[in-house]
Design a protein around this ligand. Structure first.
Ligand SMILES: [Fe+2]
Length: 182
């Protein structure tokens, strides 16, 4: 057993609250992509899936007065990666995640995009950070439409449970000690 599963993370009220803004469908889809890409690249599948699931929990709402998403304002002023990294770290530690993993996941969220930075991250990311960026980009649609795709909560839990099982299988095969030793 891992210390914290994807289903544990998803069921927490903090995750549920903030994923409502950025989209449950996008989060679950990105987590699935991250697992596949991490597996291909020999990156930790648990950390990659968790970072991808939580990568957008720092989103604010950027609605105009008429209720439309103001994508230009968002592009210019958004810092969701910073807020998301902090929220994810707090959540992971509260749920009992290993501190080393919590940092890796949190920094991968911080650096999943360079849209808010004064420089580009191309070639500077760790393999884990790169996996999260690729998984996010794979589900991205013009004008942020990927944030609007719908997914029932029960469907999200079912998919994440399956993904948790796949991660357990990979860990068992690689013989990774996935229980905190303290
Ligand atoms: Fe995203």
């Amino acid at each position: 057993m891992r210390n914290v599963t994807l289903v544990d993370l998803f069921k927490h009220h903090i995750t549920r609250k903030y994923l409502r803004r950025s989209g449950v469908h996008h989060a679950v889809t990105a987590a699935n992509y991250a697992f596949e890409i991490a597996l291909e690249r020999g990156v930790d599948v648990d950390q990659a899936s968790k970072a991808a699931l939580l990568h957008d929990i720092g989103h604010y709402e950027w609605y105009t007065n008429d209720g439309e998403w103001d994508y230009d304002d968002y592009r210019q002023n958004d810092i969701h990666a910073i807020k998301g990294a902090e929220r994810a770290h707090k959540l992971l530690i509260r749920l009992g995640e290993d501190r080393v993993a919590a940092k890796q996941i949190s920094v991968a969220i911080l650096l999943h995009t360079d849209s808010y930075l004064p420089f580009h991250l191309d070639g500077k990311q760790t393999p884990l950070q790169e996996v999260v960026t690729l998984a996010d980009n794979k589900d991205e649609q013009p004008k942020g439409m990927h944030h609007y795709k719908q997914m029932e909560i029960s469907e999200a839990i079912r998919e994440l449970h399956q993904l948790d099982q796949k991660i357990d299988v990979v860990y068992a095969k690689e013989n990774i000690p996935n229980e905190q030793s303290s």
